[in-house]
Ligand binder design. Sequence first.
Ligand SMILES: Nc1ncnc2c1ncn2[C@@H]1O[C@H](COP(=O)(O)OP(=O)(O)O)[C@@H](O)[C@H]1O
Ligand SMILES: [Mg+2]
Length: 420
Amino acid sequence: MKKKVLIGYVIAAVIALLAFEYAFWTNGFTYLEHQSEHSYLTQAELLRDLFLAEDVAGQSGEREDAYEQFADDYAEKYNIRVTIIDAEGNVLGESRGAGELMNNHLDREEVQKALQGESNSLIRKSDTFDVDYCYCAVPVEDGDFRGVIRVAVPLQELQDMDYEFVRSTIMAIAILAALILFLGLYFRKYVLAMKKVENMRREFVSNVTHELKTPLTSIRGFVETLKAGAIEDPKIAHKFLDIIEIESDRLSNLISDTLLLSEIESKKDTKREPCDVNAVITEVVELLQPKVREHVRLIFHPDASVRPYSCNRDRLKQLLINLTDNGLKATEFGAVTISCRSTASQLVLEISDTGIGMEEEQLDRIFERFYRVDKGRSKAQGGTGLGLSIVKHIVELYNGTIEVTSKPGVGTEFTVRLPY
Ligand SMILES: Nc1ncnc2c1ncn2[C@@H]1O[C@H](COP(=O)(O)OP(=O)(O)O)[C@@H](O)[C@H]1O
Ligand SMILES: [Mg+2]
């Protein structure tokens, strides 16, 4: 519906523009032509007065070229063509000196009218030169002389303006069309992006709600059972309280992970300081020590050549905790190894394990929110399904990349590259 309204507006705008251009074109040019005709006619009348004042007809008896001379003088002065024609239509003088070459002008409409005593003007193509002219003819009577003085002005400039106008109109329409197209495409892209964001938000809210509801339902169930009498049996009561504690922890983890994710996503991360990467990893190793199983070793050999990395220390630590924690959860025998090194332009972190590994097709999805390869296993280990999503966002925060290689039954390796 909105799209149709928009298209309607655009079509209306184009029609309005075309109507305006057309109106301006036709009326504007008609007006300009009228103005030109009017002023040239006045010029022709002035020329007649001069013709009479200078007694050109009288001089023609003494000088053969008196008409030609008169026509030339004024034509040059006012940049026009001047023609003097007698009552029989013969051209007596023509400013271009082409008088003799010109044929009888009795058939010219403006000449005929002038000979009938009417000053007049009209626009037509010249019979002699291939250009549109504005012809203004006025009758002259001076003693024995009876004829016509005609002023002719080429309308080249007006015509050029005409072409110019057509050209600029076409250009304006083309620019407008391109603009509309561009805006349309931009608008479409924007709407699609908005829809995508909205869908993701809706999905996230529904997932979070679902994930929150599960442990809450479980806690409530056990509390009710305890109240109904199970509390009397200390052994059962203890077991139920343990479950309630685990579920509460899960709730708490979920809430803190959700908050962390939204905080990182909003990119409000301006706090950056040079971090000693070896020190951060050592802290992570100590922190996760209680989670290391009996037949597993958590290995890290600090590398003194690693340059400090400028970042939010808490974020770097979170990234390492999430990846190492995953490794520890997935590994029953063997080792989880953390390594770090500096290249010319990057800090490279590698977290590898000898755990259960993953299938190739699962690797594309593990960074999605709430995606878990084995949901039961993840939940049993207190996972929220948000750990890798948080990692990915932290990596993006520092314009880095993350890669994963894995083989079921062999192990997994995550490689994070952060530009210095
Ligand atoms: N090192 C690993 N080895 C095997 N599977 C892993 C490893 N790291 C992550 N996964 C899989 O990716 C899923 C998503 O990880 P994560 O986002 O951290 O969520 P979780 O809260 O389940 O740990 C995990 O549930 C697990 O199935
Ligand atoms: Mg995890």
